[in-house]
Write a new protein. Sequence first.
Length: 166
Amino acid sequence: MAVLLALAACVSPGQPLPPPLPAVAKAAPLTSADADFVQKLNEMDVMQIALAKSAQTHAARSDVATLGATIAKDLTGNQDKLTKLVAAHAITLTPKPSSENQKIIDRIQHFHGTAFDRSYIRSLSRNSARMKPVIDAEIASSKNPDLVKLANDTKTMLAAYEAQLA
């Protein structure tokens, strides 16, 4: 009994409550334009990764094979960032290229040597040219800072790839 009284004396009824925990940061919202950009970026990444992996074994030029390895590594990292970015939203990224892009991949993968180099470089240039206005529009209009950073990083990567092949 004496122990209970001693313990009861230790508790002070006037102690202040601990401060509340900070609010969990919400993910920045994605607009429908952002979601459309995410899907287009995902499709470009998936296609370019598949072609870049082929470049490592099908290219005649060593610079094309080396660039393929760089592109595969960079865009795989891009995919990881994109996956994390959309995890808080109801967006599903497809791991496979569209049927239209798969046909292009299949056609280019049939080539070896200089024929592969020409087709691969042409495809890379064409895809970069198609994505530039899409990326620029996203950078200009998105309110999501993480998505804008990813778009800027992608734009920088595409420009670097083009410069290496020039």
